[in-house]
Write a protein that binds this ligand. Structure first.
Ligand SMILES: Nc1nc2c(ncn2[C@@H]2O[C@H](COP(=O)(O)OP(=O)(O)OP(=O)(O)O)[C@@H](O)[C@H]2O)c(=O)[nH]1
Ligand SMILES: [Mg+2]
Length: 1041
């Protein structure tokens, strides 16, 4: 058994196509126990073992392999770089302690480079940098060594700046939390600052490697420092410092001098001693036969032995690779960097444990009893304790479907297993696929046959409910070592290792924490970079296959960490994926592996939102009040809607999980620790330890910002507007749809003429002719957010009119439900509403009832109602109120200039100048808004940034590739929601408009209307097809199709 100090768990991260899998090939060839022959390294792409990965030449899932380098065991995970598979990056990062971040020196830092650096930072991985594809600087860009040096320097600086930005973000939030908690020590923050001063990546510290994975070589400065130290008679330490930065060698004096003394006469030492020799080898080698003699000389001077057969190859590129990979073997440089610069599990965990298992403050009494045990589990994880008596803790970051025939037919002892007994949960009905858990042992030892508790993310060990749905017991059937697609049975696995586990298919859907004791917190959930956005509806070609499809979808849902499988309201099966490529892979898996039936796939269903036109600030009073009466005439419903300040909508949109936790309330109240877990999963969140405060402050700030930013001439108006929203925020009754969406429901306005006795829960008034009680809840959301004081005990306040109170309170939920229904399905095309604020007043006529039940009491208000029957108010009435509120809300939206809201991608296209025109043409056709275009420094590439509607993005990559013969490549990342300013119901009315757009009969529908109609058609809702209005203009009909 190797000690923990000799283990490294690392992943390779980069933007798409920067050379991750190619580099992994070389590492496997050198240290993977003969799985890849060195001649095939870089061509085989061993870890891309899916056939679609090979065909499309992109990685689609993370794959793991164990390498042995010197005395070390390195568990290496190769991750995909395509944004569609960013969830696979999350699963890889969670199980690693260190990361190799690759950057293609030719292309530079891209969006996904940022994203993976952020992932690594959030999960507290230590990174190393590999500047890859240096060969392209030589052969493609024809850089001089000095130019190449400048390029490398600028990339290193850029990456360092990214990390510095993360650091200052954390620093700020730390300071914030210190300010909010004056008692805590300020020293920590000072330490942080000092630490900040050192750059994350510095070649002289050995955590930067220069490489060409394509040609199979890499080096660190150390290698050259050793070489020249001997030659020049300096110490290796001095050389190491001198080989990077402004240090120059003066041959006459044999001294190393600074920039001033060099006076521009010499090249930096890195250029002179490292890059120039490299460039020479390339120069000579590409000359083929002509340079053979020179090359031979070089080989001898470098003391290399290269088989003659390699040198006689016809292709100069192969000769070059043979020389380079022996001179500067890639695996040697990269793996020694891994071993030296990246931490082993035991030294990495103290830093990571706070992120994985955030400290919980235990407040309730029951929990203090098991505090000791919880703490000892945490200590074991933190120390990566590997003894048998330590609690065994494992985290499963994803489930992988493996064809059954890939499972080893022998057990760890080498005995043949005649027939694998695979339990039903682990496999599909046909027994063709088996689900394995991709996992890491964080403490203790695991072996086949062991029983473990499977904890879901919601499990709370301080609440003793062993039979609850958040904890189950499972038996580990087998433990495997992963070697790419190959599996080797293990008799046991100790803390610090990555493994695959069989036997958990029934208990785990996507991720879980396994523990040998129930007294263990589940690990914090993983963070994904994006949300599934592209949805399609799926049905079997043959309706008889419906059952197979349903089963297949269940398997798919399990096998992919990210995909979402749902059944829509209309009963369709819908799958949601991160993007087109991801979607294609899901469908292929579904067709060929999980369902094995022919499928019909709908065109992508794009999600939209509905809102109303943004109003001008200052236009405080709009009287768009919708009033309806329930069919039985008992209730009057009044609804008013307005648009939320957009910054507020943004805050609500961006804090979904946090809001849900706060609103679900009881957890936050009874176990404040939930909030601290939350805090640590959002390190960037302002407000430090208390996310509720943070969120509240951001909401309040959003109101200020927004009213600030809009061009309001009148300052007092602005203030008034802010004040108005501030006071409204104190009255938030509910959020919707589904209780946490970006729409607010306010309590009825106190100043409303209907409410005379403000402050009581039920107010009644004795009007001229009738008694009216207003349904009035309390500002639950404002209260939970701490925007208002907790109301004094509500339940006891109305003993005397408790019956009516109860009745009307039961109606409160109908109002909220109506609001939830309305915000879930807007009036335009039944898409959720977005950024709206509703005020709803529902007044119930109590007189009619009093009249029937007890005539003599009529007109006496709530007391008189106390003794009356409840039935009238329950059942039917609440249903009528619910649908009445829903309809009134939708009508209110329709009456206030409804607008459709679409999701936008942030899109980055890099292209050569020749194709810039075509890129613009494609972007224009897809309604993209170009933000900027710039020439990438030092290369012939242009980068174009744009926003593109998701609905227009399908086939974009292909389209672009075709139009530019493959010279332009796009990356799309989901950015934000934006409402289309066009009025979907626009009909030209004024003379000018008629002149411009025609009289309405011949105009083509505007974009907003087209989008709405397409959604309506898809949902089977009636679409107002324009039938010929004017017989003479029948041609408009043909255009409609
Ligand atoms: N010239 C050159 N090409 C390289 C180098 N490294 C990789 N490539 C090429 O770049 C392309 C992409 O390489 P991959 O290793 O598949 O890239 P990746 O980062 O794994 O890509 P994804 O997994 O899809 O994100 C392949 O065609 C490689 O041959 C290099 O050092 N120099
Ligand atoms: Mg790859």
């Amino acid at each position: 058994m190797e000690p923990a100090s000799s283990i490294r768990n690392i992943c390779i991260l980069a933007h798409v196509d920067h050379g991750k899998t190619t580099m992994a090939d070389h590492l496997i060839a050198a240290a993977g126990g003969g799985l890849v022959h060195s001649r095939q390294a870089g061509k085989l792409r061993f870890l891309d073992y899916r056939d679609d990965e090979q065909q499309r030449a992109i990685t689609m899932k993370s794959a793991c392999i164990r390498l042995r380098f010197k005395d070390h065991v390195i568990n290496l995970i190769d991750s995909p770089g395509h944004v569609d598979f960013c969830s696979e990056v999350s699963t890889a990062v969670r199980l690693s302690d260190g990361a190799l971040v690759l950057v293609d020196t030719c292309e530079g830092v891209h969006i996904q480079t940022h994203a993976v650096l952020r992932q690594a930072w959030l999960e507290r991985l230590r990174p190393c940098l590999v500047l890859n594809k240096i060969d392209r600087l030589i052969t493609e860009l024809k850089f001089t060594p000095a130019e190449a040096y400048a390029r490398c320097q600028s990339i290193i600086m850029e990456v360092n700046n990214i990390i510095n930005a993360f650091r200052s973000e954390k620093y700020l939030s730390d300071v914030d939390s210190i300010l909010t908690k004056p008692s805590s020590t300020g020293e920590e923050a000072d330490d942080e600052e000092e630490e900040d001063e050192e750059d994350a990546f510095a070649p002289e510290r050995g955590n930067v490697a220069f490489a060409s994975a394509g040609d199979g070589w890499a080096f660190r400065i150390d290698q050259f420092a050793d070489l020249y130290a001997a030659k020049l008679g300096a110490s290796a330490k001095v050389m190491k410092k001198a080989l990077w930065g402004h240090h120059y060698f003066v041959p006459k004096t044999k001294k190393i001098v600074g920039k001033k003394a060099a006076a521009g006469k010499y090249q930096p030492m890195f250029v002179q001693f490292v890059l120039e020799p490299l460039w020479k080898v390339y120069d000579v080698a590409v000359q083929g036969k002509d340079g053979a003699e020179k090359l031979n000389k070089m080989i001898t001077s470098m003391n290399l032995t290269i088989p003659a057969r390699d040198l006689q190859q016809k292709d100069p590129k192969l000769v070059l690779q043979a020389v380079m990979s022996r001179w500067l073997p890639l695996s040697e440089a990269v793996l020694s960097m891994v071993v030296e610069c990246l931490p082993d599990p035991a030294s990495a965990m103290p830093e990571r444990v706070e992120r994985l298992l955030p400290t919980e403050e235990l407040l309730n009494e029951a929990s203090t009893k098991i505090e000791g045990e919880l703490e000892s589990v945490r200590k074991a994880v933190e120390g990566c304790v590997r003894s048998e008596d330590a609690p065994c803790v494992i985290f499963v970051s994803k489930m992988v479907a493996v064809p059954i025939e890939m499972l080893p037919k022998q057990n760890a002892q080498g005995q043949h297993i005649s027939d694998l007994e695979i339990s039903t949960g682990d496999t599909d009905a046909g027994g063709r696929e088996c689900f394995l858990a991709f996992a890491r042992v964080f403490s203790g030892v695991v072996s086949a046959g062991q029983k473990m508790y499977v904890l879901s993310a919601l499990y709370d060990p301080t609440v003793h409910e062993l039979d609850s749905k958040h904890v189950q017991v499972a038996t580990i059937e087998s433990v495997y070592l992963m070697m790419g697609r190959g599996l080797e049975p293990l008799s046991e696995a100790r803390a610090g290792h990555l493994i695959a586990i069989r036997g958990l298919g029934q208990q785990i859907l996507k991720t879980a924490t396994l523990s040998s004791t129930p007294h263990c917190w589940p690990f914090a959930s993983m963070r994904f970079q994006a949300a599934p956005i592209v949805r399609v509806a799926i049905e079997p070609s043959d309706p008889a296959d419906m059952g197979a499809l349903a089963k297949g979808l269940r398997l798919l849902n399990r096998a992919d960490p990210f995909v979402e499988v749902t059944v829509s309201n209309s009963g369709e099966h819908v799958i949601a994926a991160a993007g087109e490529v991801h979607l294609e892979r899901c469908i292929k898996d579904l067709k060929e592996r999980f369902a094995r039936v022919d499928l019909e796939v709908s065109p992508p269903l794009v999600a939209f939102r509905e809102t109303i036109e943004e109003e001008e600030v200052g236009a405080v009073n709009h009287n768009g009040v919708i009033q309806t009466v329930t069919p039985n005439g008992r209730c009057t419903i009044r609804v008013q809607v307005s648009r939320l300040p957009s910054a507020v909508t943004q805050v609500l949109d961006g804090s979904y999980d946090l809001l849900r936790n706060i609103i679900e309330g009881n957890k936050v109240a009874s176990r404040p620790s939930t909030t601290s877990r939350q805090a640590s999963s959002y390190p960037g969140e302002k407000g430090g330890d208390d996310p509720v405060t943070g969120l509240r402050n951001r909401l309040l700030a959003a109101v200020e910002i927004d009213t600030d930013s809009i061009g309001v001439q009148d300052g007092s108006n602005k203030k008034e507007e802010a004040k108005k929203w501030m006071s409204k925020l104190k009255r938030i009754w509910a959020l919707g749809p589904r209780r946490v969406g970006p729409n607010l429901l306010f309590l009825p306005d106190e100043s409303s003429p209907l409410v005379k006795e403000g402050g009581t829960s039920v107010s009644s008034m004795n009007g001229d002719a009738e008694d009216v009680a207003l349904v009035k809840g309390y500002a639950l959301v404002s209260e939970r957010l701490g925007l208002v004081e907790k109301e004094a005990d509500r339940s006891t306040s109305g003993d005397d009119h408790s019956s009516l109170f109860k009745e009307v309170e039961s109606l409160e939920s109908s109002v909220i439900s109506g609001f939830q229904l309305a915000t879930a399905q807007g009036p335009l095309c039944e898409e959720p509403m977005w950024g709206l604020a509703f005020s709803i007043e529902v007044s119930v006529n109590t007189r009619e009832r009093s009249g029937t039940d007890s005539a003599e009491n009529s007109g006496l208000g709530s007391d008189s109602a106390a003794g009356t029957s409840v039935e009238n108010y329950g059942g039917a009435l609440s249903g009528q109120i619910m649908s009445g509120v829903k309809e009134a809300c939708r009508a209110a939206v329709l009456a206030r200039n409804p607008r459709i809201v679409e999701a936008l991608y942030f899109c980055e296209v890099s292209t050569t100048p020749d194709f810039l025109g075509q890129v613009y043409a494609v972007l224009n056709r897809r309604r993209a808004r170009v933000l900027k275009e710039e020439m990438m420094e030092g290369s012939a590439l242009f980068i174009v940034h744009a926003y593109m509607p998701v609905s227009e993005s399908f086939g974009f990559a292909d389209d672009l590739r075709r139009k530019t013969s493959g010279f332009a490549s796009p990356q799309l990342v989901l950015s934000h929601w934006e409402s289309i300013p066009e009025d979907p119901f626009f009909v030209p009315k004024t003379e000018e408009e008629i002149e411009e757009f025609g009289d309405g009969s011949s105009v083509l529908q505007n974009t907003a209307r087209k989008l709405i109609d397409s959604v309506r058609r898809r949902k089977g809702l009636p679409v107002e097809e324009k039938i010929v209005q004017f017989a003479t203009k029948q041609r408009t009909r043909a255009r409609k199709v």
